[in-house]
Design a protein around this ligand. Sequence first.
Ligand SMILES: Cc1cc2nc3c(=O)[nH]c(=O)nc-3n(C[C@H](O)[C@H](O)[C@H](O)COP(=O)(O)O)c2cc1C
Length: 419
Amino acid sequence: MPSEFGCSTNRRRFLQYLASSPLFAAGGFASYAAEELPIRPKLPDPVIWAPASMQDLITSPKEAINVFDFEPVARKNVPPAHFGYMASGIDDEITLRANREGFLKFQLRPRRLNDVSKVDMSIDLFGAKWDTPIVIAPTGGNKFFHEEGEVAVAKAAKVGNHLQILSTSASTTVQDATAARGAPIWFQLYASPSWEIAKTLVKRAENAGCPVLAVTVDRLAGRNQETMFRLRKTDTRECSACHQPGAAARVRRRPNYDGIDLSAMTSMESSNMTWDFMPRLRELTKMKIVIKGIVAHEDAKLCVENGIDGLIVSNHGARGEDNGRSTIDALPEILEAVGGRIPVLVDSGFRRGTDIVKALAMGAQAVCIGRPYLWGLGAFGQPGVEKVLELLRIELRAAMAQCGANSVKALTPALVRRA
Ligand SMILES: Cc1cc2nc3c(=O)[nH]c(=O)nc-3n(C[C@H](O)[C@H](O)[C@H](O)COP(=O)(O)O)c2cc1C
C-alpha cells in the first residue's frame, strides 16, 4: 500500500518541512528529524503537500494550489496557543494521522464513456437543496483564528452555497451567523449536563430559523491535546484575560450562552447523556435531529431505532479520543447498518476531492470539512475560506468527472473498492 512516508522523496520533503517549521523549534521533533528514526513524528496534520519551507508560503489565496497551502500561513498568523488548539489531536495523534491515511485503504474504479461535460454536484438534505455536498463542520471560537470569525466563514459559505453548521461554542451568535450566511444554518448542540441549559440553546436555535440540530455525542472526557499544550508554552501573550478556569467561565465569552443561567454548568459537553435524552429533545423541538459523532454500526442502528433523522460519522477530527480508527474506515459498516433509512454525513480528515468522492460513492450524503476552512480563515480571513471551498469544489468536480459520474447520485459503491 502506498504511504506518504514510504517514498524517500516525500520523506525528504517532509523532513525539510519539519526542519523549517516553527513546530520543529517548539516541539521535540529535532531529534526525530536529525536521526531519521523510523518513528512518525507528531504533526498537527500530515502537511507534506504544503510548501516545503516557511519561506515559500503563499501570499494571497489566489496562489494556493491545494488546501494544504493555507495551513503554514495560518500557523504564521495565528497565535501559537490558538493554532495549537485548532491543529491538535489527542495523545499520540494516531487517529489524526489515521484520518488521512484511511483514504489510502480505498481506491476509485473510474468508468469511461459517460457524458461528464456537465457535472451537477448538488444535493438535497431534509428538503433543502445545496450546490455541493461540501459542508462547513461546526468549530468553536472562530475568532481565535481571525477577528471576523464565523461571520467570515458564513459569507464564504454563501458564495458557494454551502451548508454551514454553527457550533454551540461559536464566537458569533446563531442569529448573526444566519444573517451573514443569508440562509438557514444548522445548529450544533453541546447539551451540557443541564437540561435547562440545553433547552434554552435549542429554543434559541429554533427561533433563529435553524431547521436541523446536530447533537454532538463524542466529547465526554477531558483530553490530552499535546500539540496544543506544547505550542501554548511558546505563546508569550497573557492568556488569563480571556481564559479563566471552569466550564461556566469558558462559555461566558461564547455569545450563544448570553443570558443563560450558568450556575448548573459543570461542563460544556454531556457525559451523562443517554438515548433517553432524544425523546425529550423531540418533544421540545420541531427541528430535525442529527447525531454527530457516530463511529460504530451498533450506534448507527440505534439512531435509526430511536427515530433520529440523520447522523454524522465523525471522530471530531481526532479531537475526542485517540481511538486509532479513521472515519472513512468506519463509514461502510455504518452505511450498511443504516441501509439508506436516514441521511449519513461524514467528516474528519477530508482534504481532497477524491476523499469526498470515496465517501459519496460509498453512500454518504455529504462530507463536512473542519480544519481546512480554519486554515483559510487564519491565513486570509473570508477570502481564504472562499478559496479553500473553491479548491475543494474544483477537485470534487474533477474527481467526479474522472469517475464518469455527472451527478452525486451517479456516484455508486461500484466506483470504490477496498485496496
Ligand atoms: C478548532 C476546532 C473546533 C471544533 N469545535 C467543535 C465544536 O464546537 N463542536 C463540534 O461538534 N465539533 C467541533 N469540532 C469538530 C468538527 O466539527 C469536525 O468534526 C472536525 O473538525 C472534522 O475533522 P477535520 O478537522 O479533520 O476536517 C471542532 C474541530 C476543530 C478543528
